[in-house]
Ligand binder design. Structure first.
Ligand SMILES: [Zn+2]
Length: 105
């Protein structure tokens, strides 16, 4: 046995023994989704910041004068530009579009 099934059963066995999951546990539903996205994007677990970050990542051309999605009210160039550019180069556009569609229901 290998892959996700193995990981699943390993987690279950650990839970049976210690009553915790070995790699932590996410909340169910939208809260867990935001926890996961915040970790991927390096944001706070904050719906507005996550949504604004994903929106900016859907742009083909990210401009320095855009308002920073972190909520600082600064321009992107004076704030989180390097993190946003790193995310833009690392996350496939299709994934970003899919993530964004999940937080804008
Ligand atoms: Zn910022």
């Amino acid at each position: 046995m290998s892959g996700p099934l193995y990981t699943f059963f390993l987690g279950q066995v650990h839970f049976e023994e210690f009553k915790t999951f070995p790699w932590g546990e996410r909340q169910h539903g939208i809260v867990g989704l935001y926890e996961s996205y915040a970790e991927m994007l390096g944001t706070k677990i904050d719906a507005a910041e996550i949504s604004a970050t994903l929106l900016i990542l859907t742009k083909t051309d990210i401009k320095g004068h855009f308002e920073c999605p972190c909520g600082s009210s600064k321009r992107l160039r004076a704030c989180c530009r390097s993190r946003i550019e790193e995310l833009k180069s690392r996350l496939p556009a299709k994934l970003v579009a899919r993530m964004y569609s999940k937080v804008t229901l």
